[in-house]
Design a protein around this ligand. Sequence first.
Ligand code: SF4
Length: 440
Amino acid sequence: MKVAFTTLGCRTNQHDTAEMQVILEKEGYAIVNSSETADIYVINTCTVTARSDYSSRLAVKKSLAINENATVVFTGCYAQLNPEDSSKMEGLDIVLGNADKLKIAEVLKAKLKNDSLQKESSLAEVYMSDIHADREFQTLPVTQFQGRTKAFIKVQTGCDESCSFCTVVRARGSSASDTRENILDNVRHAIDGGYKEITLTGINLGTWGMDFHLKETFSSLVEDIANLNGNFRVRLSSINPMEIDDHLIELISQHEKICPHLHIPLQSGDTEVLSKMRRNYNAKQYEHIVRRASEKISPLGLGADVIVGFPGESEVSFEHTRKLIEELPFSYLHVFSYSPRSGTEAHNFKNNIKNITKKERNLILNDLVKEKAQQFYKSFIGKKVTVLVEERKQADGVLKGYSEHYIPVSIDAEGFLQNQLVSVLITEIRKNKLIGCLES
Ligand code: SF4
């Protein structure tokens, strides 16, 4: 039987999809592309914004448009938070909770066995165990990830914070960490599988090890991973500011296998807005952590998530955000216009901001960071970077990939260099990427 996956949202969700693919392949299913005809379509949903809700539901329609008789499984955070509504969606057969994803093979077996029996109701079957129940972290060694060059290793899931705008914490449950041994095994697996970049991911990544009886630090785990043998590099996905300790900064500044790239969600540069968001830091603390990191790690690829238009965000508080971003060495930003999410504390907050104002503020920050990125890119002309070559562009035949600082690079070179870490001399900037040639 053929199975196709559609995955929305974060790297943790991508890792979940990779795990479900491993399980089904072991059962003899063939994994095909989501645009191909399949017997089963699995939609791994996201609910961070209203837009991701819409895309999650649309993915069901798109799949049934290819094969109306297919079995459709709906899982991920949107399904987790809306099981009843999901079960009523036309053409859906199974709604699977986030904590039940590793049971996908048995659930499908039961479904396909029952198919011969007349279905009593048109509602989809719901498999949803309590995501907030105490649980042991489970993950599988994965050997295949979307794309051939980067492996996403999930080290932690869930979150114990309670940011007032966030739905994730309700969809993923409390924080749970994988064991150091299992993570090191998974990383060795990926290295043996030929992956040159290991991206560590989680819902609240930096809190890895804090839920153990004897607490362990995330930085000590990063050190163990970087010290493994093999030709690979380590990249951290999004990490909250208060989880960045001196040891981690020291490691990134010293260890050549760890990418000098940090993605540190900011959300707002105004302390009053941050407290309404229930973030566990204020603007001064954020600034302090970023300055400490960028002084030690140079050059540092630095990104952040920012929400504009949070309820109560006045012109003055927005100016605090704009000014902080102007002063800190960001090389890219993900700017989101606030989208009220039902079931969150902020959903009931008054003093909402007009969409036109959100749009303006979004534009201001994106224009600002475009300039900063250009300045950052310029600093690499005449210098060497290490690029993981991902593919050769059909259009112009150049090779493309990302530098260790998370900058897109195009290389004018012959030969099959995909999935290799190559040293590149940067010669110029074109649009929003670096152009370079192979170092001889
Ligand atoms: S840290 Fe905050 S935003 Fe991030 S998952 Fe936890 S509650 Fe959500």
